[in-house]
Design a protein. Structure first.
Length: 507
């Protein structure tokens, strides 16, 4: 696998304001609302072209057009398409998440037959947003659902690939549709880039390789990229970061990516994004069990999210300065590894007593956040697969967030809703902070058993100073071991990229 050349999955998406019944795609997709679907104008025209076959077939199976109800009909007529896929919409109004899921659902169902091209009739009247925005999220879902990671397979490669989709929608959107779809594809390419970074095995996706991928992306996108070695990290006094890296044969890397529009006022304060970059986490001397270690190549999903977000930012060009920071390393056990009871002083000057070497991400983030605060940002947020406690609290499909500034957390809520990603607020409850007190140092790196996700946030807060900041714990949805029939795939999901991009684009 060549550096800077990760595998990418794609699907061609076009828009048309023409009559969908003239499409020459392999299959036509018809979306039907639950109430009055038999009176839908497109359905009636199609049924007439099929001499009543559509209505007869749907009545026979008792089709009710409930959400995710579906039926694939072979036309066996002179129509240019050989199949019609009927998909029920139910009665609800579709938000961004539901549109993303709907598009992915269509791709999954179409894959079940030898279909390489789709024509989708969609006027977006069922969406709870303007049609332009609905087209964006729907296109994102179509493109993202085509993703597959088959880098390590030499046989049994799946051939059920959909190569193209044409969306037949309102003629009023035709003039703006190409630009809207292009914006969606820029985000989808970034999400897929994040997925590829995480899905690549940790044997190959080392801290050095992650830095090389970031640098290659930055060169192509026109971003500034600085990669710092172990010696340079040491000069910065990032001893918490270096302590985690000590037990690995792989050297750590500090990655800084910068996007700065040329016309921007030089005094403008940046948005700073910090990603947890553990390319593998064994737990260190506090060794994880084998099944808990199996997917720990994904412990750099936060890093992948912020790096990939910068890829999309370079395309969409918001008018603000944005800096992404990743402290990349492995957490491994050997004779040099940091130990329980060690006291380590980080770049901030705060000392930390180590009570668990598997609570390592907060140590790397502590130094990275202190570094991020030095840019005097307008706001700063870290993205991390930080705690199993967050997964216990919210499940695998929902990420948690908390912060020291209501304006920042309100923006996250707004951005997540617009993006279509599931975030839930958690309290940064200072009544728990006493659990982080150490008898011999400024802090311990863990507290008691309960409230683990909040305690991790309270620990990180110690290193941001007065910077408006939020912590995004994406441990649940960043990497899935099974399908939940949403737009999120099994394996790396690229979760967080869409929300971070929305934040970057906000006025």
């Amino acid at each position: 696998m060549q550096k800077g050349n990760l595998p990418m999955s794609s699907i061609k998406i076009k828009y048309s304001g023409s009559d969908v019944l003239t499409s020459k795609a392999d299959a036509l997709v018809v979306l039907l609302e639950q109430k009055g679907w038999q009176k839908d104008e497109l359905f009636k025209s199609l049924d007439a072209s099929l001499n009543g076959l559509a209505l007869k077939a749907l009545k026979k199976i008792g089709f009710k057009a409930e959400k995710n109800a579906h039926f694939l009909l072979q036309t066996h007529t002179g129509l240019p398409f050989g199949h019609v896929l009927f998909v029920g919409l139910g009665e609800e109004a579709y938000d961004a998440a539901a549109l993303w899921d709907l598009a992915a659902f269509i791709i999954r169902k179409a894959r079940s037959r030898a279909i390489s091209s789709l024509a989708i009739a969609c006027d977006f009247s069922f969406a709870d947003m303007p049609a332009e925005r609905a087209l964006n999220r729907f296109s994102l879902g179509l493109h993202g659902a085509a993703y597959r990671f088959e880098q390590y397979k030499s046989r049994n490669l799946r051939k059920d690939r959909i190569e193209s989709c044409t969306i037949f929608g309102p003629a009023a959107l035709k003039s703006s549709a190409s630009a809207i779809i292009a914006q969606a594809l820029a985000l989808s390419d970034a999400v897929n880039f994040a997925r590829d970074l995480v899905n690549t095995s940790s044997e190959q996706m080392t801290p050095t390789r992650l830095a090389e991928e970031a640098a290659a992306m930055a060169k192509e996108a026109g971003l500034k990229c600085i990669i710092e070695s172990e010696a340079q990290i040491k000069k910065r006094g990032m001893n918490l970061f270096l302590a985690v890296a000590k037990g690995s044969a792989q050297e750590p890397r500090l990655i800084t990516l910068t996007y700065a529009p040329p016309a921007l006022d030089k005094s403008s304060k940046p948005l700073v994004l910090v990603g947890k970059g553990l390319t593998f986490d064994s737990g260190g001397l506090s060794l994880k069990q084998g099944n808990g270690m199996l997917t720990m190549k994904s412990d750099m999903a936060g890093a992948a999210a912020v790096i990939a977000t910068m890829k999309a930012i370079a395309v969409l060009k918001p008018q603000r300065k944005i800096i992404a920071i990743v402290a990349a390393c492995e957490n491994m056990p050997d004779g040099r590894a940091y130990k329980l009871g060690d006291v380590i002083t980080g770049a901030s000057g705060l000392s930390v007593e180590i009570h668990n070497t598997d609570a390592e991400g907060r140590l790397t983030l502590a130094d990275a956040l202190h570094y991020g605060a030095s840019f005097e940002p307008e706001m700063m947020m870290d993205v991390a697969t930080l705690t199993g406690a967050c997964v216990v609290a919210l499940g695998e499909l929902t990420a948690g967030y908390m912060g020291n500034d209501k304006n920042v957390t309100d923006r996250i809520e707004q951005a997540a809703a617009a993006a279509g990603e599931d975030f839930w607020p958690l309290p940064l409850n200072t009544k728990l902070k006493h659990q982080l007190k150490s008898d011999i140092a400024d802090l311990k790196n863990v507290g008691d058993r309960y409230g683990g996700a909040i305690l991790a946030g309270l620990f990180l807060e110690e290193f941001v100073g007065k910077t408006p900041w939020a912590h995004l714990d994406i441990a649940g949805p960043a990497f899935l071991s099974k399908s939940y029939d949403t737009h999120l795939p099994v394996g790396a999901t690229g979760f967080g990229v869409a929300t971070l991009l929305e934040l970057a684009l906000m006025e």
